[in-house]
Design a protein around this ligand. Sequence first.
Ligand code: RIB
Length: 343
Amino acid sequence: MRFTIKDVARKAGVSPATVSRVVGNYGYASQESRKKVMAAIRELDYRPNAIARSLVKKTTGVIGMVVTDIQNPFFACLVRGVEQAIWQKGYALFLANTDEDVSREQAILTILEEKQVDGVILVPASSEKTRHLCNFADLGIPFVLLDRSARGVNVDTVLVDNENGAYQAVSHLIGLSHRRIGVIIDNLDITTNIERMVGYRRALIEARLPVEEDLIRSCQFTEQSAFEICARMFKTDKPPTALFTTNNFMTIGALRAIHVVGLRVPEDIAIVGFDDLESSQICWPSLTVVAQPTHAMGIMAAERLLARISKQPSPPMEIRMQTEFIIRQSCGYAMGLPKKANG
Ligand code: RIB
């Protein structure tokens, strides 16, 4: 049975208004009244009604977070970073997935507005279809973008240096004498992939190597789609000798395709992937990757949102964190311990 403020007031012999002031820790209540109320709360095991409390305090204590797909380890780690930071400040998390469907993203934001969340952290489903994001930002609800930016949405944004990360990966393969480097990429309507492609092209151009469009293969944001596009790439008469895979799902799909077509890593094909994986170090050969500071990204986004909730005024910030290039064995590095690239 759920007891109400009136039950507590009756038990304590005070008015409901006194119970509200004691529970909400505002206004005046004598020490004697406080003791009576706290005793009645314990005896009835009274739990304040969160909805009633939010009406009084004008806050819900809930933060909305919108990601692409929680089953992707990258987003799971992002969420853990956010939750760790907000929980310490007394906030709970309301999580939703967009699957990079813009209409679903819009519907989720409508629900979050109706739920009166105290703030929202969002991974944009598109860099261009952003009108609904601009409209949400105009509501004045504290709003932070994470992992990707979105055209015209001027709010705090936490990103990584995708271009430099990709440039380092492809330059490393060029340094190992690879001249035909393929790239497997999914949704080109998100800024992470747009920026990684810039880094890929810049590395080739600076090395005076041609950018062969045939070596650029795009697919859906799934392991299966990456597997299929890679299997087709390796059946051509001139497959690449190295591959840059632009996120963890692309890497996994490519590794499966390489195995199925009977090629070996790194002897037949060198691989460098964006996103470190739990299995990167235990799979054989261990994966050379561009690692994102994923958990720290989540904490950073949460700290920016909490600052906005507490009304800390400042112009919108773009915070771009650095990736880490970790050389292991899938790139043809001499079989040995993983080596961290300098710089
Ligand atoms: O695997 C997730 C990573 O790749 C994220 O950076 C996401 O934006 C995708 O580009």
